[in-house]
Design a protein around this ligand. Structure first.
Ligand SMILES: NC(=O)C1=CN([C@@H]2O[C@H](COP(=O)(O)OP(=O)(O)OC[C@H]3O[C@@H](n4cnc5c(N)ncnc54)[C@H](OP(=O)(O)O)[C@@H]3O)[C@@H](O)[C@H]2O)C=CC1
Length: 379
């Protein structure tokens, strides 16, 4: 059931937005926009549809977006449970932890901009992009974003399609290119193994790699094999089949194995040869949440070191991959999207007021691409 909570925040001074605003696109009552927020950590029941003031630009690089669509990501559900709170709270503006708006990417329209934002972004422009984890998110009718974290919406995509891409693609980029080291390599000569290629991150990773002519071997469930093949993967193996481990091993050495399904380094068959194994579910944030910053960081460093001790001797390394809010990374992805080398893969679309249903579906797993929330004309 939808719960509505009134959380009218005190207005901040309008320091940086001066004349760059498009009042016509704002809601009639500025004090009453809606956002999905949590007021405590817990389970999905903590999520409430709150009424709040339209966010106000406080940084000259900020842009106010009227959000038209936003995707759902596993991190949204994890953050409802308090995941990452110790580290993210270090960077939150005004130490404002609650109410917390989730949502890490979006597509929408520029309605206001700070005075550092140049002519390349005009009021009324349609853009898509991402929001770093320590910021208030995009599951809100209006959201503040940084001009370095957006690009113009590709004209061939709908707002729902465009919103499905940024966070998942940037996680694939962070895992493969930054943690996996592909930035330093001739990707066309690399062979990559994607574990869990059917999900949000996996479907982006396949397309990113194929756009650069890498050899891509991937695993997924039987029903997703046609999808992953259609995205371009060279070999796709159903991980429920008894012989899949030997089939994967038979393809030879992998420059990177990207784990998009919590497979775990410790569960890798000995027969799989690789240079870098990238885990997208590092224990870093869980350790700091549970043990505090110093002990958590120390434990995490110990975890990483111990899993690497024998690996390094054998010429391979275990790494942690993350979503990285990289401007150049997003520009790289945007180019591939605009050349139609990366296409959106959407599992299901929910309306704004149905967002918790989307998170329930996400929690149940077995996704084939992204769940996206369409904000529609509900302002
Ligand atoms: N560190 C970071 O910054 C980030 C980390 N992540 C993490 O990355 C992972 C991927 O995220 P995302 O793609 O959004 O998640 P999804 O839930 O969209 O995708 C996971 C996919 O893996 C499949 N799968 C499950 N088990 C296996 C298996 N043993 N072998 C092969 N495929 C399997 C699932 O389908 P099926 O079960 O039907 O086979 C599903 O399609 C998540 O664990 C997430 O927590 C995501 C974003 C950022």
């Amino acid at each position: 059931m939808i719960k509505i909570k009134n959380t009218l925040l005190p207005p901040f001074p309008r320091l940086f937005c001066n004349r760059h605003s498009n009042i016509a696109n704002k809601p009639k009552t500025l004090n009453k926009i809606e956002a999905w927020q949590i007021h405590n950590y817990g389970d999905l029941n903590e999520l409430q549809l709150s009424q709040m003031r339209t966010p106000v630009i406080t940084d000259p690089d900020q842009i106010l977006i009227k959000v038209e669509a936003a995707s759902l990501n596993p991190i949204d559900k994890a953050m409802i449970g308090g995941y990452g709170r110790r580290i993210f709270n270090l960077f939150r503006e005004n130490n404002l932890e609650f109410p917390l708006t989730l949502g890490r990417d979006f597509c929408g329209e520029i309605v206001e901009k700070g005075h550092n934002v140049g002519r390349s972004y005009q009021l009324g422009d349609k853009v898509y992009g991402f929001i770093p984890l320590h910021k208030q998110g995009s599951h809100s009718q209006f959201a503040l974003v940084n001009q370095n974290h957006i690009c113009h919406k590709p004209s061939h995509l709908s707002h729902v399609e465009a919103a499905s891409i940024p966070y998942a693609a940037m996680t694939a980029y962070g895992g493969l290119y930054i943690a996996g080291g592909l930035l330093m390599k001739d990707v066309g000569r690399c062979q990559i193994l994607l574990l869990g290629a059917s999900g949000g991150v996996g479907t982006m990773a396949v397309q990113l790699l194929k756009a650069q002519k890498a050899k891509v071997v991937s695993t997924c469930s039987a029903d997703a094999v046609p999808l992953v093949k259609a995205l371009g993967a060279d070999n796709v193996f159903d991980y429920h089949q008894a012989n899949y481990e030997s089939e994967v091993a038979a393809r030879g050495r992998y420059d990177v194995i990207l784990d998009c399904c919590k497979f775990g380094f410790e569960n890798l068959p000995k027969s799989w040869k690789y240079t870098n194994f990238v885990n997208l579910n590092s224990p870093l944030l869980v350790n700091t949440d549970e043990q505090g910053l110093i002990l958590g960081l120390t434990t995490s460093a110990g975890n990483l070191l111990s899993s690497n001790i024998f690996s390094i001797l054998e010429g391979r390394s275990i790494r942690w991959g993350f979503f990285v809010p990289s401007t150049s990374g997003f520009q790289f992805i945007d180019k591939l999207v605009k050349r139609q080398r990366i296409k959106p893969v959407i599992h299901k679309v929910f309306k704004f007021h149905e967002l918790p249903k989307g998170l329930e579906m996400l929690s149940a797993g077995h996704l084939r691409g992204k769940i996206v929330v369409d904000f529609g004309e509900n302002l």
